[in-house]
Design a protein around this ligand. Structure first.
Ligand SMILES: NC(=O)c1ccc[n+]([C@@H]2O[C@H](COP(=O)([O-])OP(=O)(O)OC[C@H]3O[C@@H](n4cnc5c(N)ncnc54)[C@H](OP(=O)(O)O)[C@@H]3O)[C@@H](O)[C@H]2O)c1
Length: 253
């Protein structure tokens, strides 16, 4: 079976689309023909990303959103439908983390991580799924991490939240398959963004970390995009509930 990635006429939402991996995904979806709604808290980054998307000839709508606010989540889904009339693809990419040992992490830190990385994904996916059910189908792609499988020092809340997201991916996949909604995840390894800057910008830490990676280097944000495009495309017509790791072999160690 041949397939090409053609998302023309499709409407996608990318959370955290203003920078980093999310911006690369938004640009990738736009390049494949989709209209893209990007959401995040920092309005300037969203406007800048929207300009970049429009420069490719695609439609972009920046929607400043704090995903820890359930009302703003509902508004994001509603604004997308109001502007573009439908939602075909949702990429739950936004996330946060604190580098703290379990002994030092504060309770509100744990809650912030889980509210953003798990609860917001459930609430936004539910709002979007209601629209997708009316449309008789759609694709949801969650961005997880190799840290969902490996216990990384100082990253417990984040790793636990992403392990929960992996299971949420399976639960949504199972419950919503009868409606034609397919739910999968992409798990990057260490990728060069603001999120991981404390690691790659310190030469000693970077040298140590890359020496542990089979491919000997970290990923660039654009290298995460093709897996997302595949999961959004006709080529993934029989896939649901899966996580594809794009990690330079990190999980082989
Ligand atoms: N970089 C890595 O090494 C790496 C590795 C594995 C997995 N990942 C995953 O890849 C995804 C993207 O990470 P990244 O590296 O691109 O990080 P990033 O540059 O820090 O981007 C995170 C994005 O999430 C948004 N966000 C955070 N909290 C939010 C909230 N409450 N409401 C709305 N948006 C919010 C941020 O926007 P605002 O701050 O403007 O709200 C930002 O756009 C995350 O799911 C992360 O877990 C990253």
């Amino acid at each position: 079976m041949g397939f090409k990635i053609d998302l023309s006429g499709k409407v996608a939402i990318v959370t955290g689309g203003g920078r980093g991996i999310g911006r690369a995904i938004a640009l990738g979806l736009a390049g494949a023909g989709a209209s893209v709604v990007i959401a995040g808290r920092t309005a300037e980054q969203l406007s800048e990303a929207a300009e970049q998307i429009r420069a490719t000839g695609a439609k972009a709508l920046p929607v400043p959103t704090d995903l820890t606010d359930p009302q703003q989540i509902e508004q994001l889904a509603a604004k997308t439908v109001e502007t573009f009339g439908r939602i075909d693809i949702l990429v739950n990419n936004a996330a946060r983390s604190f580098l703290r040992s379990l002994l030092d992490l504060r309770e509100d830190g744990w809650d912030k991580v889980f509210n953003t990385n798990v609860k917001a994904v459930w609430l936004l996916s539910r709002a979007v799924a209601r629209q997708m059910i009316e449309q008789k189908g759609g694709r949801i792609i969650n961005i997880t991490t190799v840290g969902a499988e490996k216990a990384e020092l100082g990253m417990a809340a984040y790793g636990c939240s992403k392990a929960a997201l992996k299971m949420l991916t399976r639960c949504m996949a199972r419950e919503w398959a009868p409606f034609g909604i397919q739910v999968n995840a992409v798990g990057p390894g260490l990728t060069r963004t603001a999120f991981s800057q404390p690691i790659w910008s310190n030469p000693d830490i970077a040298k140590h970390v890359t020496s542990l990676l089979p491919m000997g280097r970290i990923a660039e944000p654009e290298e995460i995009v093709p897996a997302v495009l595949f999961l959004a495309s006709d080529g993934a017509s029989y896939m649901t509930g899966q996580t594809i790791y794009v990690d330079g072999g990190a999980l082989t160690t």
